[in-house]
Design a protein around this ligand. Structure first.
Ligand SMILES: Cc1cc2nc3c(=O)[nH]c(=O)nc-3n(C[C@H](O)[C@H](O)[C@H](O)COP(=O)(O)OP(=O)(O)OC[C@H]3O[C@@H](n4cnc5c(N)ncnc54)[C@H](O)[C@@H]3O)c2cc1C
Length: 661
């Protein structure tokens, strides 16, 4: 097994202009050579084991109790390791995974639609526009088969057919039915099951659960991740936990856009602080905009709400054929409607992948075909499905989503079409890791949405619950012990080690800096402004001009943040304003790197759509000759961004132009 590549200042680097540098080293994925279909089995056979009697002597920190973190902590606990599980929530089951609605994919081929493991890999690699790591995708496909059985066994109440077999439905970017679901609340039900499994280990004494504790920094000693510094969100007290290994399963950073489908609390701090300690960050600009979110309806709105992609199984997306037509939808006859996805992509129709559907919606809205009071949405219409299947069947499939829509908008989707629009949703970018999920800091592992490898430049719907569960239950519990085996007999870092004390001091200094600015503007104001800059400059479509402008605006916003910020309350107690301020400070740095990454990647691929690189039909135009690699960024202590790269190789799914027409 090859070691993780460590960035170092000694790498030769050139300066392309624009304030960042390019390193000339190549990162090693560490994926086994040869047939990707057998790579995972071969790697598992090579992993070292830790004997049952030695396991309790190893301490592992798992930050995050979502599907990735809860699974990982529960699995390591069940194996007998000493686990410390951290979350800023008040209970593990509050993790943002509860929000997932539509389903979880698996290549089990139980229906007779000619699905297969290989087809899953093809769909996922192609869906990600050839910017994922193929070997990781193969592993995802392979483990998807038993993840469903596992989740079923720990209590997830999957929908079933009349005969008792598990039911499936279709999601975007595929032509088969491989999505397992529990009505419109799949994430919630999986999260309940995973949290229960975690709490079982808490009761068994293998896992110590630390709720309402926010990780604010990573402790790196002797070149290894050996602990974290956390702030107790109730008392404000700082403390450190040391361990043999640290796993970050801290979710995605879509909230950097302020208006996003994620919970307001989701943030990038854990990953960003690890990045500032040396962990490379892969493809930060690869952000998915979900085509079926509710449109923003007012400037003071605090988030957007997602309508699940599963609705595209039965809903038809359309706009008035004539720009500016403001008749109510019921008065626009069929012949005067443009079902633009069905027209442009007859093979996939309303189930095109998200990047394609979002871009198409944006085109319609920008060319004056948008609907609703602000003309910033398109219709998702169930009239045909209701006529075909009847209200009861549609209610059975999507009842809770329809009620949610009704509650949020006051409009009844059984009687009139929903109005939907693209919104920031999922981050394909994340901490770079090798095939063993280890970041560029030895001993620091990553799982779930905080990582990067599976989804390339565009994630397929229902593949994220899958990657979180596979990482949590089946990848990390093999890979982490392999690393621990090399540390047999080594005690965890002492609490009074200089690295622990220095890191805690630095966290305190950052808190003092935030509370000491003494300005008049709350952190939320800066966050909202940052989101607007990102939507304009680094959104569904990007250009050299928009990205350059965004970089200037973010720099100026950062200066204002550090001279005008006001944090009310005191740091030594419950203080949501201080929590926000720290997260916004990190978002401001991350946003800059996102724009640098988007500017540097001089091609379009998946959701990274550079208007200067498109086909005659307006599709993303990849440049495999120059850009068939994953960018992995280092931020040096002085703030200079340096791009490293991992070449991507495709053997099972040869490079080809994506085509959903
Ligand atoms: C509205 C919505 C619907 C979705 N629907 C689907 C779907 O149908 N199918 C699908 O496949 N995917 C879906 N997704 C995506 C999917 O839900 C997520 O990608 C996935 O659940 C992420 O799981 P995770 O374990 O990586 O992170 P999360 O579930 O986000 O958990 C993160 C955890 O980290 C903790 N944490 C974070 N930072 C810190 C810190 N600094 N200190 C301490 N703790 C910290 C949090 O407390 C939390 O416990 C959806 C996403 C959204 C937003």
């Amino acid at each position: 097994m090859s070691a993780a590549a460590e960035p170092s200042a000694s790498h030769t680097a050139s300066d392309p202009g624009g304030g960042y540098r390019i390193a000339h080293d190549l990162l090693d994925s560490g994926a086994p050579d040869g047939d990707p279909a057998t790579a995972w089995q071969r790697r598992r056979d090579d992993y070292r084991l830790v004997g049952p009697l030695n396991r309790r002597n190893f301490t592992v920190i798992v930050v995050g109790t979502g599907l990735a973190g809860a699974g990982c902590a529960a699995a390591l606990g069940e194996l007998g390791y000493t686990v410390h599980s951290f979350t800023y929530h008040d209970a593990p089951r509050r993790a943002h995974s509860v929000a997932a609605q539509g389903g979880i994919n698996a290549a089990r081929a139980r229906t007779v639609d000619n699905d297969s493991l290989h087809r899953f890999v093809v769909d996922t690699v192609k869906g990600g526009d050839y910017r994922a790591r193929e070997a990781d995708v193969y592993r995802l496909a392979e483990e998807s088969v038993r993840v469903i059985d596992h989740l079923d066994a720990i209590g997830a109440p999957f929908a079933r057919e009349y005969g008792g077999t598990l039911a499936t439905r279709s999601f975007g970017g595929v032509q088969v039915s491989r999505t397992y679901y529990t009505r419109g609340q799949t994430g919630q039900q999986l999260q309940v099951a995973a949290s229960q499994a975690l709490l079982r280990q808490v009761a068994a004494g293998t896992v110590t659960l630390h709720t309402r504790q926010e990780m604010l920094d990573l402790i790196v000693a002797d070149g290894r991740a050996q602990g974290i510094v956390v702030r107790d969100l109730v008392t404000g007290e700082l403390s450190a936990q040391t361990a043999h290994a640290v796993v970050l399963a801290t979710g995605g950073y879509g909230t950097v856009f302020y208006q996003s489908t994620l919970a307001r609390q989701c943030n990038a701090t854990a990953a960003w602080r690890a990045h500032r300690r040396g962990a490379l960050l892969a493809s930060p600009s690869f952000v998915q905009f979900h085509p079926t979110a509710l449109p923003v309806s007012a400037p003071w709105q605090s988030k957007t709400t997602l309508m699940s992609e599963s609705l595209r199984n039965d809903g038809r997306i359309w706009v008035p054929a004539a720009a500016g037509d403001d008749r109510p939808p019921g008065q626009i006859p069929d012949a005067e409607r443009d079902y633009y996805l069905e027209r442009k992509y007859p093979r996939f129709g309303n189930l095109t992948p998200r990047d394609v559907a979002s871009r198409a919606a944006r085109e319609q809205i920008e060319s004056g075909h948008g609907v609703g009071p602000l003309r910033n949405s398109v219709y998702l219409d169930f009239a045909d499905a209701l006529a075909r299947h009847g209200r009861d069947t549609i209610a059975e499939r999507y009842g809770n989503l329809f009620s949610m829509y009704h509650d949020a908008t006051g409009e009844d989707p059984y009687r009139q079409p929903m109005r939907i629009a693209p919104a920031a949703h999922f981050t394909m970018g994340g901490l770079w890791s090798n095939y063993d999920q280890m970041t560029s800091i030895p001993g620091l592992f990553v799982g779930g949405e905080a990582g990067w490898g599976y989804h390339g430049a565009n994630r397929l719907g229902a593949n994220s619950l899958l990657s979180a569960c596979v990482d949590g239950w089946f990848t990390l519990p093999y890979a982490v012990p392999d690393y621990l085996a090399g540390l047999l007999g080594t005690p965890p870092l002492a609490q009074d080690d200089e690295a622990v004390i220095t890191t805690a001091q630095q966290v305190q200094e950052r808190i003092d800096a935030l509370t000491g600015v003494g300005g008049t503007v709350g952190p939320g104001v800066f966050h909202r402004e940052l989101g607007e800059i990102l939507y304009r400059g680094c959104g569904v479509a990007r250009s050299t001009d928009s990205l350059t402008a965004a970089l200037g605006e973010i720099g100026e916003l950062r200066e204002r943040f550090w001279s005008q910020l006001r944090v009310t309350g005191s740091p030594g107690t419950l203080n949501p304003e201080l929590e926000k301020a720290g997260r916004v400070a990190d978002f401001l740095e991350l946003a800059e790197l996102m724009c640098v990454d988007a500017l540097d990647r001089d091609e379009s691929c998946g959701a990274h759509f550079r208007v200067d690189h498109q086909t005659g039909d307006g599709e993303a135009l990849r440049d495999d000759e120059h850009w068939c690699f994953a960018s992995a960024w280092e931020t040096r202590p002085d703030g200079t961004a340096v791009r490293h790269r991992e070449p991507l190789h495709f053997t099972a799914v040869p490079l080809a132009t994506r085509n959903y027409r």
